[in-house]
Design a protein around this ligand. Structure first.
Ligand SMILES: NC(=O)c1ccc[n+]([C@@H]2O[C@H](COP(=O)([O-])OP(=O)(O)OC[C@H]3O[C@@H](n4cnc5c(N)ncnc54)[C@H](O)[C@@H]3O)[C@@H](O)[C@H]2O)c1
Length: 248
């Protein structure tokens, strides 16, 4: 229960990695506001975590709306009395096309959610963390925040941008005890991977030193650690949860 007494907000928490993060933070005793645009799944996640004894609530939040990001933080503060931890996880892969074949629309959609959404989150969260005397922000990037990938120019650009934003937030607010780190998952078993045929999944697994895909709980474990006071000297960094993908 190392997060007991802390409160947290997780975006994109209705399913996948975000849901696993919310579950893990709640299991460590944090009060957690789960935010997403898929309300049915978000409410189901909250019901499941509550059934397991967690203190959680759900709020509809589209991370591309700066005002709504402000309102979400205000909601967390009014529910829980303050905010200590924020996890900016909401993201989409976007369409797979060669770089020059992406349109301004497909570019903007991915950048809006995956990069601007993180900025709007940070912009709303930092003042709340400062009101508590500090806290921890964890931005979910990707292995593709460090290396490229065919056909995914907007996603790769956004995830690299998240790492740069993270480092700068750490520099801007470190003296005020706000830590900010990025987590970079490799290929994790979520609905994205569920749609890949068996042969393709085997090929993806082979790209990792461990020879397998990651589990959502293996990403949540790292996020929970970075949220905790055990990570008190860790800020401004990128931490891969990648089964050795980046080691090749
Ligand atoms: N699954 C992987 O292999 C993998 C690898 C590296 C990084 N990531 C990153 O991890 C994060 C979570 O991905 P996932 O694999 O769990 O995907 P997912 O699709 O299972 O979950 C993403 C969640 O974000 C929500 N979301 C989408 N747009 C939103 C918006 N505008 N506002 C609020 N919520 C929104 C979705 O409704 C969904 O609940 C993403 O940032 C993704 O880029 C995933």
């Amino acid at each position: 229960m190392e997060l007991k007494g802390k409160s947290a907000l997780v975006t994109g928490a209705a399913m996948g990695i975000g849901r696993a993060i919310a579950e893990r933070l709640a299991a460590e005793g944090a009060q957690v506001l789960l935010c997403d645009v898929v309300d049915d799944a978000g409410r189901q996640a909250v019901a499941d975590i509550q059934a397991a004894g967690g203190h959680v609530a759900y709020l509809h939040l589209d991370v591309t709306d700066p005002q709504a990001s402000m309102a979400a933080v205000a909601h967390a503060e009014s529910l829980f009395g303050g905010l200590d931890v924020a996890v900016n996880n909401a993201g989409i892969s976007g369409e797979f096309r060669k770089a020059a074949e992406h349109t301004p629309e497909t570019w903007r959609q991915v950048i809006d959610i995956n990069l601007s959404g993180v900025f709007y989150g940070v912009r709303a969260q930092v003042p709340a963390l400062l009101r508590r005397g500090g806290g921890s922000i964890i931005n979910i990037s990707s292995i593709l925040g460090q290396v490229g990938h065919v056909d995914l120019a907007p996603y790769v650009a956004a995830k690299h941008g998240v790492v740069g934003l993270t480092r700068t937030v750490a520099l801007d607010y470190g003296r005020e005890n706000v830590r900010c780190n990025a987590v970079g998952p490799a290929f994790i078993k979520t609905r994205l991977i569920d749609n890949v045929p068996e042969e393709g999944r085997r090929g993806l697994a082979e790209l990792h030193a461990l020879g397998r895909l990651g589990e959502v709980k293996e990403v949540a474990e790292l996020v929970s650690f970075l949220a905790s006071d055990r990570a008190s000297f860790l800020t401004g960094n990128y931490y891969a949860a990648d089964g050795g993908y980046l080691s090749r």
